[in-house]
Write a protein that binds this ligand. Sequence first.
Ligand SMILES: *Cc1c(COP(=O)(O)O)cnc(C)c1O
Length: 396
Amino acid sequence: MTMGYDAPDQNGRFGPYGGAFVPEILIPELHAVQEAFERSWADPAFQHQYLSLLHTYVGRPTALTFAERLSHELGRGQIYLKREDLCHTGAHKINNTIGQILLALQMGKTRIIAETGAGQHGVATATVAARFGLQCIVYMGAEDMDRQALNVERMKLLGAEVRPATSGSQTLKDATNEAIRDWVSNPTDTFYIIGSVVGPHPYPMMVRTFHKIIGEEVQTQLQEKVQRSTPDAVVACVGGGSNAIGIFYPFINAPDVQMFGVEAAGEGLHGKHAATLTLGEVGVLHGAMSYLLQDQEGQISLAHSVSAGLDYPGVGPEHSYLKDLGRVHYLSETDDAALKGVSLLSRTEGIIPALETAHAIAALETIVHQMENDAVIVVNCSGRGDKDMQTIMDHL
Ligand SMILES: *Cc1c(COP(=O)(O)O)cnc(C)c1O
């Protein structure tokens, strides 16, 4: 069923999911973005510029680290960590913002907008806007600005303007609405950098393409380390789903590779959580059809996770499709399990992971028991935990 997988189709559909549910005025803009993306990605000069920035500015290729003591502690499996935590700005997100800002430059855009929840995507966007000297406006929920004051200061230091979204719950959902409103009013000079494999077509496909280098590097690095280019399993946390798709994508047509996506179960699946694929229902949010957390009237529910990056009521449409196909197994881990995952990796490997990443670490205890004793398992270490120290201290 999944051999020859080549979603999305011409209309940006991953099976029934995806598409472009946006105000009419943005349709020509989305077409222009898609056209520029397809032309640029096929252009060797663009490829060269993208890859050399990833090398000299982001620090790619990131290491693939054998986690010997973690493997020993789990008692099964050979665990390898793909070290996206070593990227400039501390997480995978910059692979995508580099790609999108180069596209904005190709299109002659002079003004960058972005939405951000916890501020991580805002920082990654402000970083590349500074690098190329473009004006940058980041929309952020007023409530989130209070909770993530340090990231607000980072963005300002990088020269970005942070505009508070004061409607609704004053969080990511409202910031996204503001960003779309801005784009509708300024379509000619503005490029909207979206931070995960979400939003209307062509964004999910484009963001996936800018992150698939993660999995491609794993293929080369595994070949050197274990003399084969495919692991037995790949594991990644899922918020919107970009770090997961980045490491999964090159393996989708390799049926022997099992794939596990780990969502945030928050306080537990009967309480407040962000387990969109596990418990959500199909609907439309931020321009695409996908599984969503919603109430009986179809209103979007507030998600909860101790990790700000997984605290999102939607998920990328491709993950909804991969779930229905049965190609990826989606699990969930609670806040408490993630906090234990932070300690486990810190103590065994000397690597303090982001709280998002810690969900993938926590799931290993379950996953290793579904695999052969000596299975090669690659975990995407999506980010480092420095940003989470306050939260970690409050909880441990
Ligand atoms: C933002 C973030 C995530 C979640 O986003 P995805 O699009 O699901 O990858 C995961 N890990 C880290 C470190 C992040 O900053």
